[in-house]
Write a protein that binds this ligand. Structure first.
Ligand SMILES: [Zn+2]
Length: 918
């Protein structure tokens, strides 16, 4: 079964091919939405250019033929050939992907438009920043310009049909002379990204051919992007991955399209295609050009989080189309023979149900061609209106007069590196940032010179505002008094909470001496000259772990103070790094002070405090089960911070685990079954996949012995339950059983089964039979006193600053919580256990959505245990979720380095040992 495009950090989720988002509000009310266009679209007869081979000649089959998939490199070759043979297509290689493949862009339009391409881009930029434009000038530019229609086929690589459909689309645009194609070419510019994840095209399609004629699973069993797999469209505000950055920097920000069409596929049992409008909820920071209130639309995919829709905050609608998929290139036949596929109840937003029991690749390709050309035709027809409305959206943001007036980032921050990274993200998203040249006051508070000010009234104020404000997710229920209606994805994304930066929202205008920042740069600290005693570095910045890994690579010993201490009149927090001032240390400390801005002190005598010595070259084994997205993200995090690590392989269990690893890290999604069973050897070629096979009951026992013999085990999210089972940890779940039922993949399926009118359906089901009635009561009507629900929010935690895992954390800060668990320690147990963080007694929800807050009160989140000679940390909430909550990365890194460290006395602190060199 193909993994389709639906969400979350769960690995075996159905991906829905989603959003042909019409965003009709931008149209004049008399104009038609895209949806009817899709229905009435007729395909014109192609008139072929002589010298260009048709796709079927070039590839040896017509794209969309059952059992065949055109490979990505050959698709690019074909597009380059079209670019050479016609004057309607330009091909550009924009850069390399994560795995070194080519990321390409096609510019398609009439030769006349391509000849003045630079002028058209200039018009887009002028309309996107209306501060120097009158309305009349904007009208003139809208008439002169051409709307840019950006389309990217396949970001989710198992959704194969769109990557095949674009071959025909580009061929037709390059060669056909029908009125429809001519209109698109003459009146618009198509920007086509053939794949937003080229690596996945290679992995999935190569695997498909490699397994042909075998009994092996035809679907690529691991993540189809090296780090993030299906989460590759959850990265559109953090911009962590190369492909996201290429698109945002070299396509979105550079050319400023007026629309983005994002092509996806969903499960074979759903409707054949979804096109926008979306369903509720939508983020309030969207903008309607007409300003008409009360317009409503509907269907399945909501528009809440910027994690998958950068363009929405940059003056464009995101057109999402989700076409039903099959078994990659093989047809899908309904297991109930003769029964038609998909829902059969016609509704106003689903007028004609699909009537056959079979669904082929060729059909999917046809739907893809129709919907893409329909979108292009529409934009081409109303180009002037699209461009003018593009201007109006930006004009209204430039004149934005509602609160907040601005967000202020005070100059003095606990973590200068986090502050730099946060501002850098906003700048990458085209947000203007000002810096105060002198002190000022706002809303009765004094701010130092050097503080940053981000005004809401600017062209991309929508992006700044949604990233910097707290999210108040609406309390949506399946029916009044009923259980919560699951969001499509997560609900909280407040950037400063994720990063660990203090930001104030200021409602009313204020005066401050400001200069526009050209580039955000790190706030560099200066390292003092080499001392006699030690370098001391506070533990407050997550950036310090870049320094720790550098020091480890250079074999410089690193110590950490177990308690707070004072030296030379200065206070130091528990966990402060004490670094012997070797020549190698000096180089690294100087470099890191400049890059992460962490203040360094140089002291001539060592602090009189006990502490810990980090294990030289601490080695992490990352359990990255095949297809586990949290494991992929974790690999990315470990690489970014230079942590010495390796993926745990089933072969490792033939040797001594303790000799190989100091720490074994279980990301969320690592279940007992995944460890014991792993990938099925009968369905996966051992030559390639034996690393991911199960380790069996024998291996399970070996993992336990690894900890008892002195290893460190870290377990995150759902893996906490795995660790509890493995080691009989003295904890129990604190949240009611309802939590998993309404969370994650199960919740998404529930949501899919609920039709437009949830009340009607629930009643209808209930009255079909008494058994159904009981089922509906059990599934759909949660007892309110038993209801806990938190689908991806920021929740307050209290940290024990003396607990080694919480070193460097403030007393309170939000953690990310995505359908996770909280725990209580079971009393009267012999095992040594300590709580590093817990939920407070009140005001737990900081951003997003939370039902049943009372269940969290005073319950533990992060705990540590001594098991035999080993050390265990359980992180109940996903403190590393999609590499976004960086403020809580410290909890992870503290776990990695503290577990294997050894206690030292004050007399031993900061000394270069015999095993190290100067
Ligand atoms: Zn998808």
């Amino acid at each position: 079964m193909v993994i389709f495009c639906r969400l979350k950090a769960f690995d075996t989720v159905a991906c829905a091919l989603t959003q042909l988002a019409a965003y009709t509000s931008r149209m004049r009310s008399t104009q038609k939405s895209l949806f009817p266009l899709v229905l009435v679209l007729l395909l014109a007869t192609p008139a072929l250019a002589q010298q260009v081979p048709a796709p079927e000649q070039y590839f040896g089959f017509k794209p969309g033929t059952d059992g065949e998939l055109a490979r990505y490199p050959k698709v690019l070759e074909y597009f380059q050939l079209l670019a050479k043979s016609t004057d309607r297509v330009k091909f550009e290689a924009l850069g390399k992907t994560t795995m070194g493949n080519s990321y390409a862009l096609l510019k398609i339009s009439s030769p006349q438009n391509l000849a003045r391409f630079d002028r058209l881009v200039e018009i887009n930029h002028r309309l996107a920043d209306p501060r120097t434009l009158s309305d009349a000038e904007a009208q003139k530019l809208a008439a002169e310009g051409k709307p840019f229609y950006l389309i990217y086929a396949t970001i989710h690589s198992t959704e194969v049909s769109n990557g095949q459909a674009i071959i025909q689309i580009v061929y037709r645009l390059a060669t056909e002379n029908s009125p429809q194609i001519r209109e698109i070419l003459d009146n618009s510019v198509v920007l086509m990204v053939p794949s937003q994840n080229p690596d996945g095209q290679h992995l999935v399609i190569d695997h498909w051919y490699k397994t042909k004629g075998t009994n092996y699973n035809r679907v690529y069993p691991d993540l189809y992007h090296k780090y993030v797999g299906h989460d590759d469209n959850r990265d559109w505000f953090m911009f962590t991955q190369k492909e996201t950055r290429l698109n945002v920097e070299l396509v979105q920000n550079k050319y400023k399209p007026i629309i983005t069409h994002d092509m996806h596929q969903k499960g074979p049992g759903e409707s054949r295609i979804f096109v926008p409008p979306f369903t509720d909820p939508h983020d309030v920071n969207f903008h309607l050009a007409e300003g008409k209130e009360g317009v409503a639309w509907l269907e399945n995919y909501d528009m809440w989080t910027p994690a998958r829709q950068y363009m929405i905050y940059h003056g464009q609608p995101r057109i999402l189309t989700e076409i039903a998929a099959s078994n990659l290139a093989d047809p899908y036949v309904n297991p109930r023979k003769g029964q038609p596929l998909g829902p059969q109840e016609a509704r106003w937003n689903f007028p004609v149900p699909y009537s056959k029991d079979t669904w082929t690749l060729g059909q999917q390709v046809d739907y893809g061609i129709i919907v893409a050309l329909a979108g292009m035709s529409h934009v081409a027809k109303y180009g002037r209106e699209w461009l003018y409305n593009f201007y109006r959206v930006h004009r209204d943001w430039v004149n934005y007069g509602k609160g907040p007036y601005a967000f202020v980032v005070p100059a003095a921050q606990r973590d200068p590196y986090a502050t730099y990274e946060m501002l850098d993200i906003l700048e990458f998203g085209d947000v203007e940032i000002h810096k105060a040249t002198a002190p000022f006051s706002a809303n009765g508070k004094q701010y130092a010179a050097g503080s940053w000010v981000i005004k809401t009234a600017q062209p991309y104020g929508a992006f700044a505002k949604t990233m910097l404000e707290k999210q108040n997710y609406p309390d949506l229920r399946l029916f009044p008094g009923g259980p919560p209606e699951p969001p499509y994805d997560v609900t909280g994304h407040t950037l400063w909470m994720l990063m660990g930066v203090k930001v104030d929202a200021i409602d009313k205008p204020f005066d401050a001496p400001l200069e526009l920042l050209k580039t955000v740069t790190p706030v560099a600290a200066t390292a003092p000259s080499r001392p006699k005693g030690a370098y001391l570095v506070g533990p407050e910045s997550y950036g310090t772990f870049k320094m720790v890994t550098e020091l480890q690579k250079a074999n410089v010993p690193v110590f950490r103070a177990a308690k707070a201490f004072e030296l030379n009149g200065q206070k130091y927090a528990p966990g402060t790094y004490v670094i012997p001032p070797t020549a190698a240390a000096q180089k690294i400390v100087e470099k890191e002070a400049a890059e992460i801005g962490a203040p360094v002190s140089a002291v001539d005598r060592l602090p009189a405090v006990d502490g810990y010595k980090l294990k030289p070259n601490t080695k992490v084994g990352l359990w990255k089960g095949a297809g586990n997205m949290p494991g992929g993200w974790m690999m990315w995090i470990l690489e970014q911070y230079g942590v010495n690590h390796e993926i745990v392989k089933s072969q490792d269990f033939q040797g001594d685990l303790n000799a190989k690893y100091d720490v074994i890290l279980l990301p969320s999604g690592t279940s007992r079954a995944r460890i014991v069973n792993g990938l099925d050897p009968k369905r996966n070629d051992p030559a390639e996949w034996s690393w991911a096979f199960g380790v069996g009951e024998e291996g399970w026992k070996k993992l336990r012995a690894f900890v008892e013999n002195g290893g460190t085990l870290l377990a995150i999210g759902s893996a906490v339950e795995t660790a509890r089972e493995l080691l009989d940890l003295p904890i129990e779940k604190a949240l009611p059983e309802a939590a998993p039922r309404f969370g994650g993949a199960a919740a998404q399926q529930t949501a899919q089964q609920v039709p437009a009118s949830a009340v009607d359906r629930a009643l209808k089901d209930a009255f079909t039979s008494p058994a159904n009635l009981m089922q509906v009561l059990r599934d759909r009507v949660a007892e309110p006193e038993n209801l806990f629900y938190c689908p991806g929010s920021l929740l307050q935690n209290e940290f024990d600053p003396n607990h080694p895992i919480a070193w460097g954390m403030p007393e309170q800060w939000p953690v990310f919580f995505e359908s996770d668990q909280a725990y209580r320690l079971r009393p009267g147990f012999g095992m040594e256990a300590a709580v590093a963080s817990r939920y407070p007694r009140k005001d737990i929800l900081q951003s997003g959505w939370l039902l049943g807050e009372e269940y969290l009160r005073d319950q533990a989140n992060v705990l540590s245990f001594r098991v035999g000679k080993g050390y265990v940390v359980t992180y109940g909430s996903q403190i590393d979720f999609r590499a976004q909550p960086r403020a809580t990365f410290k909890l992870l890194f503290n776990g990695i380095f503290h577990g294997p460290s050894t206690p030292v006395t004050a007399a031993q602190m900061g000394k270069v040992g015999t095993t190290t060199n100067d």
